[in-house]
Design a protein around this ligand. Structure first.
Ligand code: SAM
Length: 293
């Protein structure tokens, strides 16, 4: 039985408990060592609120006890899942950054295909790194079905979505979404690739069959090296949570996971300035991509 299922909130304990500055610094350091995510001083309230809920569930009276549990407790491994779920921000939606998907479809895939032997089969491998609940990964599969497969009948697709948060991965694997996720989706795609059920939207198996989801911490170098090689990596809206040294480490591992001629996309508010000089920056309408030459 998992911790979450076995322990019900214990009234009183944990509620309204304050985190001392010292415990905040120790917790922040622990998070940083495990994930590369760095909580600035002004984010103490966020940790207090989110981890405070774990205190309640576990019936703990202080953040110090909680820190002991996740660092040294016998149930440490079980709790780490809930810990990662509590500290991550998982905002995402379908067709989030449309100019990226346009560059992907109109320029990047044609460029990759032109470098291949014309008549040969090719499996395009795309990684949605920090996929959250899978909206980006499923968007890529829909674009493939709608725009790429008709043009390149010998082109196959594999999208791998990874995230550190196991709850969002469960949603990704189910492929059932709420209104929020579909708010930017063209109606055409919604009608063609989803079934509406009780106010939820279930993505069709025809789309899901190209996508799989795995648990992966981008800060775990050993696991990163096992990811294999990709034609295109989307690693969007996650580098903002890292400090410079962890961005350098993660981006260097992403570089190693790209095929020559492959491309990396990052979030539109993110940049590789001061992080990596290994890529060639390419400009597209309203977006950029980083090429491994
Ligand atoms: C804001 S969401 C971005 C989702 C999607 N890429 C997008 O742009 O819409 C950030 C995701 O990064 C994940 N994340 C944060 N730190 C991570 C790490 N060290 N390893 C893997 N995923 C991480 C979070 O769990 C969260 O789902």
């Amino acid at each position: 039985m998992t911790l979450g299922a076995s322990i019900l909130p214990k009234q009183g304990l944990g509620a309204g408990v304050k985190m001392s500055d010292d415990t905040f610094r120790q917790t922040r350091e622990f998070i940083y060592q495990q994930t590369g995510i760095y909580f600035q001083d002004n984010k103490k309230y966020l940790l207090e609120g989110r981890l405070g809920k774990r205190l309640q569930v576990l019936g703990l009276g202080s953040f110090e006890e909680y820190l002991q549990l996740i660092k040294y407790g016998t149930r440490r491994n079980e709790e780490m899942k809930f810990f990662y779920d509590a500290i991550t921000i998982n905002e995402t939606f379908f067709f989030r950054n449309e100019p990226q998907f346009e560059a992907f479809e109109r320029t990047l895939v044609p460029a990759i295909m032109s470098g291949r032997n014309g008549g040969a089969r090719h499996k395009l491998r795309v990684w949605s790194a920090a996929s959250s609940s899978g909206e980006e990964a499923h968007t890529i599969a829909m674009i493939y079905l709608e725009r790429l497969r008709p043009k390149y009948p010998l082109l196959d697709l594999e999208v791998v979505g990874t995230d550190i948060n196991t709850s969002v991965l469960e949603t990704a694997r189910k492929g059932v979404y709420r209104d929020y996720s579909i708010r930017n989706m063209p109606k055409y795609y919604l009608e063609k690739y989803f079934t509406a059920e009780d106010g939820r939207f279930a993505v069709h198996d025809d789309v899901r069959r190209y996508v799989r989801f795995d648990h992966l911490n981008l800060y775990d170098q050993a696991r990163m090296r096992q990811m294999g090689s990709f034609d295109i990596i989307f690693c969007c809206n996650v580098l903002i949570y890292f400090d410079t040294p962890s961005k350098i480490q993660v981006v260097s591992n992403l570089y190693d996971s790209l095929n020559r001629g492959g491309y990396l996309f990052i979030g539109y508010a993110e940049s590789l300035h001061g992080i990596s000089t290994a890529f060639k920056l390419e400009n597209f309408p309203k977006t950029v991509a980083y090429k491994k030459e």
